[in-house]
Write a protein that binds this ligand. Structure first.
Ligand code: CP
Ligand code: NVA
Length: 315
């Protein structure tokens, strides 16, 4: 029996059993919300009444901030948004920020430039810490992504072919780790020099050996997309890498997801993107707004899976 999660720092923390528990809980809270909206009356399900969640974001956010705040409100708790520039930039140590917050709030959500800042916050907090995106990973995103995949194709993970096109970045890392844990199939097509980090590949490959997952890596984007059930991309220039924008636009040009590339995937393939998208760069309007796109289901599911995560960590 997999132990209950204490934190969510890396997608590697999520075993197949955790995912099953979290997705069942997600279904439950998603249904409560739908029922309360259909019936037009509030349904009293407030497992986090009197609980407080602190958010600290060093980088911009729409989806992650709003879904954690709305999710906490729907569960009967309170979320407070702390200004990162006032607390994480040298006024006191990260360890002391963590030790203080630990005395007032029940959980902490942190979006940081450096992954080691999230690790440091978690090291000194007795309360749960959730990685809301670092330079290395985005575990909350990929929980919502796999929940979306399950809605569309079911949970026979080993039969589902996910193809990731573009930058071997934080989102790609977390997708690889969760695919490995679930025993799925993932192909990553990046330009040369933009491969996922070796430290992540080592962990993902080791886990894949244990679960039977198939992980493939290529620089040939057309070959990668053949037979895909899901084609996933992300921005070419992630937050924190803006100085490289021009050189990245050149390197990533052939990796744009457009109608011609999508036509190489399965006829019923879906297009995924964590958002925000740079339309006209990594994806064209015809794909992101087209019949194959599931991007707003992914965005919606951020709310539902994170509510499940909060209930799992806090009750
Ligand atoms: N996908 C995602 O994390 O979006 P935000 O950066 O808007 O939170
Ligand atoms: N890879 C992107 C994801 C944004 C949600 C970034 O880090 O900017």
């Amino acid at each position: 029996m997999t132990a209950k999660l204490k934190n969510l720092i890396s997608a590697a923390d999520l075993s197949a059993e955790h995912v099953k528990i979290l997705f069942d809980l997600t279904d439950k809270y998603k249904n409560y919300l739908a029922e309360s909206k259909t019936r037009g009356i509030p349904i009293e399900v407030e497992p986090l009444r009197d609980r407080t969640l602190a958010l600290i974001f060093e980088k911009p956010s729409l989806r992650t901030r709003v879904t954690f705040m709305v999710g906490m409100a729907q569960l009967g708790g309170l979320a407070i948004d702390i200004r990162a520039e006032q607390v994480l930039q040298g006024r006191e140590t990260i360890a002391d920020v963590s030790r203080n917050l630990d005395r007032w709030v029940d959980a902490l959500v942190a979006r940081t430039f450096k992954h080691r800042t999230v690790l440091e916050l978690a090291k000194y907090a007795r309360i749960p810490v959730i990685n809301a995106l670092s330079d290395l990973e985005h575990p909350c995103q990929v929980l919502a992504d796999f929940y979306t995949i399950r809605q569309i194709k079911g949970e026979n993970w080993k039969e589902i072919k996910l193809v990731y096109i573009g930058d071997g970045n934080n989102v790609c890392h977390s997708l690889l780790l969760l695919t490995a844990n679930l025993g799925g199939q993932m192909t990553v097509a990046t330009p040369p020099k933009y491969d996922p980090k070796d430290s992540i590949l080592r962990i993902a490959k080791k886990k894949a050996q244990a679960t039977g997952a198939t992980l493939k890596f290529t620089h040939d984007v057309k070959e990668a997309v053949k037979g895909a059930d899901f084609v996933y991309t992300d921005v070419w220039t992630s937050m924190g890498f803006e100085a490289e924008r021009e050189q990245r636009r050149t390197a990533f040009g052939p990796f744009q997801v457009n109608e011609a590339l999508m036509s190489l995937a399965k006829p019923d393939a879906k297009f995924l993107h964590c958002l925000p998208a740079k339309r006209g760069e990594e994806v064209v309007d015809g794909v992101i707004d087209g019949p194959h796109s599931a991007v707003f289901d992914q965005a919606e599911n951020r709310l539902h899976v994170q509510k499940a995560l909060l209930v799992h960590l806090l009750t």
